[in-house]
Design a protein. Sequence first.
Length: 190
Amino acid sequence: MGRKSSIARLPPDVKSFIEGSIAEGKLTLDELIAALRERFPQHQEIVDLPSRSALGRDGQKLQSRLSAIRASTEAAKIIQAQAGDNSDARSEALTALIQTELFEAILNLQEANDAEADPADRVGMLSTAAKNIATLTRSSVNLKQFQAKVEEDTRKRVLEEQRVKLDAMGNKGGVTEDTKKAIREVLGIV
């Protein structure tokens, strides 16, 4: 395996500052390097601070992840705003968000190039992720079954309401029994 990136090897406070600055998007790479030198003078040596290209690579990865999270969050908000809770659309949106996050975590684990990482730990993490994905998949299947049942119950209720109204109609306006029978066949009312 390759070695950790220069940013991954930084102390947590420095790494956090870099990620926060990149997420805000207010600084250019040169301004970020200047801010790092000013804020963390103890890391002035060339080996301690990341290069401009390392910041660029890390920034692209972080921006890509943030974009995916923003898109998933926005989709969940739209679903929540537009859908009633009868079909539990919010749970569906939440499940999709969790699936996105788990997928991202697995990709990160696959990309990890930590030479000091124990292969048994990596297998353990993948095993845990697989179990969580299986649980999430079962949840997703149960949710789909629930949504199908709600849809079917709603359809039955609407058809019953239409049948009752059709039966109560009588022969008003010249509607014959043959016409009502044809309407029942079209609507699927038995």
